[in-house]
Ligand binder design. Structure first.
Ligand code: AMP
Ligand code: MG
Length: 331
């Protein structure tokens, strides 16, 4: 398949180019597009055959659901039933934005989107290109990150091209994404609302809107069960290191044995002298989140064998960053 490359200005996308991508969606084809978190790849969410193409392009197992990307709450509410009143407060505050709401699906939602679950994840991305595309297509877009299954999420059009060129019909490219880490997934089917996956909207921010009504499901990997199989893992063995532990010493010991070692430090002052790849995060968890997947890809291309990563303090956005690091370290 020839992938159509469509370049647009992220802040003011040319509507003729958006229309080309939207026509592909309407025809049942797959298109990659930027969001405020990572690049997504999607298809007409009401067309079962089209949705299957997303799974095929990514080699994604059919038991891992996609998210319905919408351009308004009105469009979202046409896909679900039995929404609790408090949900509207969250929508008001966080949409468009990186908060996915898991709600009871109605029968307009093809089961392939939800992998057979009775609930569907809804999200309104805070990105002009994504919103314009969904609007122009006139249908909700079932989408997920635009990487091959098991690879890190793409934070630039280059990453998408590396993974999916020739496997999808089109790509809207518009530079790098903002957050770099995926949306927060919140189950609003029962109270307290439960965070199924920590993400760009922190628990603290959700609680500002609904005090005492947000539960963090821990450990995340157990809640998701099969939903969180084999994600975000570089070739290197990832070794999470607590801020107080001696990262440099641990890394140096492996390097001394002739291993190719990478280190990512946030607060630690000491660096191993023998490391092949060194990243220093100065800007806190926001910078860590933005750079995380690029670091994984870079570690792969440098053939790093052991990647020692300092865990940020687990509050605010740090919770999501720590989650992705632990996830990458799981074998
Ligand atoms: P993303 O990785 O941002 O593309 O989001 C897809 C992920 O959302 C899936 O891998 C699941 O972990 C999660 N997800 C999607 N739909 C549901 C659902 N109905 N219930 C629980 N988790 C879901
Ligand atoms: Mg993904």
């Amino acid at each position: 398949m020839q992938t159509l490359h469509l370049k647009v200005d992220p802040d003011n996308p040319n509507h003729k180019i958006i229309e080309i991508a939207a026509a592909l969606i309407r025809e049942g084809e797959t298109v990659a597009f930027p969001t405020e978190t990572v690049y997504g790849v999607g298809a007409n969410g009401l067309d079962e055959k089209a949705v299957k193409r997303v799974f095929e392009a990514k080699r994604r197992p059919l038991d891992n659901p996609l998210l319905m990307h919408v351009m308004s709450w009105e469009q979202a509410s046409s896909l679900v039933t039995g929404i609790r009143e408090e949900v509207l407060l969250l929508v008001d505050r966080f949409w468009p934005g990186p908060l996915t709401l898991v709600a009871p699906a109605n029968d307009r939602v093809p089961r392939v989107v939800t992998a057979g679950l009775s609930t569907v994840g809804l999200r309104m991305p805070d990105h002009r290109v994504a919103l314009d595309l969904i609007k122009a297509a006139g249908v909700p877009v079932a989408a997920t990150s635009a990487n091959l299954s098991g690879r890190p999420s793409p934070t630039s059009a280059q990453h998408v091209i590396r993974d999916l060129n020739g496997r999808i019909a089109g790509i809207l490219s518009a530079g790098t994404t903002g957050w770099g880490i995926e949306s927060t997934i919140l189950d609003v089917t029962r109270t307290p609302f439960t965070i199924l996956r920590p993400g760009a909207v922190s628990r603290e921010r959700l609680e500002e809107v609904l005090p005492g009504m947000i539960k963090a499901a821990r450990p995340w990997t157990e809640v998701g069960g099969r939903l969180r199989a084999a994600h975000y893992r570089p070739d290197a063995r990832v070794i999470p290191v607590k801020p107080g532990d001696k990262l440099a010493e641990l890394a140096q010991a492996e390097a001394a044995k002739g291993k190719r070692v990478g280190v990512v430090v946030a607060t630690q002052q000491e660096l191993p002298t023998l490391a092949d790849f060194v990243v220093v995060i100065n800007g806190g968890p926001a910078e860590y989140g933005r750079r995380l997947y690029e670091i994984f890809r870079e570690a792969d291309s440098r053939k790093i064998e052991y990647l020692f990563m300092e865990i940020p303090e687990e509050k605010g956005l740090g919770v999501a960053v720590a989650d992705r690091i632990y996830e990458a370290a799981r074998r």
